[in-house]
Design a binder for this molecule. Structure first.
Ligand code: FES
Length: 137
């Protein structure tokens, strides 16, 4: 065991052990505008992303997951990266950008790193649905 090394970068370990913007407790503790939920078809894990939007910008975000260390670290990083971005800019932050930010995730964990992005896209879909209702009336 002594000679075994972590396959994760220091930055991945930091985000896994100190996840940013994780939603502790129940949803009512965060005043969000929309929530997205996705499941990972590869492993069955789940991710929820809550967003606060103002003037088309994501001003804040929280998330919850049953996912693994890679999903936790990736979504922690994503939740930091999207703050202050427009919705379109935030949606462009893909798995490759998260991977670059974290300093490379193991390749076999790539499917975990897209969970946060997909939950964000689902939250945006809900946000846009709720905020386009009544337009043009
Ligand atoms: S193994 Fe399920 S999210 Fe990583």
């Amino acid at each position: 065991m002594e000679n075994q090394e972590w396959v994760y970068s220091d930055k991945v370990k930091d985000h896994f052990m100190n996840p940013r913007n994780f939603l502790f407790g129940n949803e009512s503790q965060f005043d969000y505008d929309a929530v997205g939920t996705v499941g990972n078809p590869v492993c069955g894990d789940q991710m929820k992303m809550y967003i606060k939007v103002e003037d088309n910008k994501i001003t804040d975000a929280r998330w919850k997951t049953y996912g693994c260390a890679s999903a936790i670290a990736s979504t922690s990083a994503l939740s930091e990266m999207i703050k202050g971005k427009t919705i379109d800019e935030a949606l462009k932050i893909d798995a490759k950008a998260i991977d670059d930010y974290l300093g490379n995730l193991p390749k076999h964990k790539f499917h975990c790193s897209i969970l946060g992005h997909e939950a964000l896209a689902d939250a945006v879909k809900e946000y846009e649905k709720n905020h386009s209702a009544g337009e043009g009336i």
